[in-house]
Design a protein around this ligand. Structure first.
Ligand SMILES: *Cc1c(COP(=O)(O)O)cnc(C)c1O
Length: 370
């Protein structure tokens, strides 16, 4: 059996340090908003060369609270993609604003900046690009677009911790950036967690209030807020893992190189120097018109693959009321029919990658009986 994920490999590699960190928290008697969260926020901000990181309860909350802190709400429009995890869109809707979907570029699977520009109306207040699968969106053009129309640029970095665009890390280009520490993400906790990065002092102060019931001084509430805190245990574990993020991403890139060398007959994800983006392969996603057959054939060989995503957000029953008909986002819809995510995680052996790649190449050379 070749599983899609195996989080136990990295855990085993860091077990001593993680156990020491969790023991330290358990013995401290301080479990919510304490020294570990403060230290992690500091270290995460410094890793990015940014002024503020604010720990929150999840990546979804990081998106929601960042938009809310920027004053976005009912009556506003937020331009984003339907080719993303549903969380991006749920977070926008939680503010009361309306998500406006645009298509993606077929090579990078990230927001089509020209389409985003055409979707701007007088109600548009923000753009939320998603660095999907670990591939950065075109941040140079997005930054220009946001500046030109005075829009709040919020990067969804949930799948791209540590990636770079033109040599500069994702999360440092937007007015703010949202990260998820869901266990399978490139920087994963052992539970839920998230963070917002920003250089804006006022936005940071408001985020610190919003995550903690709008509290200014103890039991004095300046505004209505939420319960959305990163806990001490997760922060302590993240402090162990952050120093390994770059090495783990390099391992992902080496494994992606291994897929690239061995795969035949399928469309591969972009790799430098094809784009100025440095992909960190949260997911290794290939494309093929016979995706369903390859998926089934690999399952018969006990190789687990997943589909990110079989139904794009604008075609989900939950979002039918937004009124996007079939065919309204043609590239997004084509990707939904063709993508297949292959096993890739730190600790996976290159020989296993070669086996998966051989199984796929065999399958597409004889696609009909597959
Ligand atoms: C995982 C993810 C989120 C949400 O993160 P959670 O921590 O699960 O709330 C948001 N956007 C994208 C693109 C994601 O992959």
């Amino acid at each position: 059996m070749i599983p899609f994920h195996d989080l136990t490999v990295v855990h085993a590699e860091l077990a001593d340090e993680i156990e020491a960190a969790t023991e330290r928290v358990l013995r401290s008697g301080r479990y919510i908003l304490g020294a570990e969260v403060e230290a992690f926020e500091d270290e995460f901000a410094r890793y990015h060369g940014m002024r503020h990181a604010i720990g929150v309860a999840s990546g979804t909350d990081a998106l929601h609270l960042a938009l809310k802190a920027a004053g976005i709400g009912p009556g506003d429009e937020v331009v984003t993609v339907a080719w993303t995890a549903v969380a991006t869109v749920n977070a926008i809707e939680q503010t009361g604003a309306k998500p406006v979907f645009v298509d993606v570029c077929p090579q990078t699977c990230t927001i089509d900046v020209a389409a985003a520009a055409s979707a701007i109306t007088p109600r548009t207040k923000a753009i939320v690009p998603v660095h999907l699968y670990g591939q950065p969106a075109d941040l140079t053009r997005l930054r220009d677009l946001a500046d030109r129309y005075h829009l709040f640029l919020l990067e969804d970095c949930a799948q791209a911790a540590g990636a770079r665009w033109e040599g500069r890390r994702v999360g440092t280009w937007g007015n703010a950036a949202a990260f998820s520490f869901y266990p399978t993400k490139n920087l994963g906790a052992c539970g839920d967690g998230g963070a917002v990065l920003t250089n804006d002092d006022r936005l940071a102060a408001r985020l610190r209030r919003l995550r903690h019931h709008g509290q200014g001084n103890r039991y004095h509430h300046l505004e209505r807020g939420f319960n959305s805190r990163l806990d001490e245990l997760q922060a302590a574990i993240l402090r162990v893992k952050l120093p390994h993020l770059d090495a783990h991403n390099r391992q992902r890139q080496r494994l992606a190189g291994c897929y690239r060398r061995h795969l035949r007959g399928v469309e591969l994800p972009p790799s430098p120097p094809a784009t100025p983006g440095e992909h960190v392969y949260h997911l290794y996603v290939i494309r093929h018109p016979q995706r369903q057959l390859i998926h089934q054939r690999l399952a018969q060989r006990r190789i687990e693959t997943l589909i990110h995503y079989p139904v794009p957000v604008h075609r989900q029953p939950a979002f039918a009321d937004l009124g996007y008909a079939e065919g309204s986002l043609p590239i997004t819809e084509r990707l939904a029919r063709e993508v297949l995510s292959l096993p890739l995680y730190p600790g996976l052996k290159p020989s296993v990658v070669a086996r998966v790649a051989r199984a796929i190449s065999l399958c597409v050379e004889a696609p009909v009986p597959c």
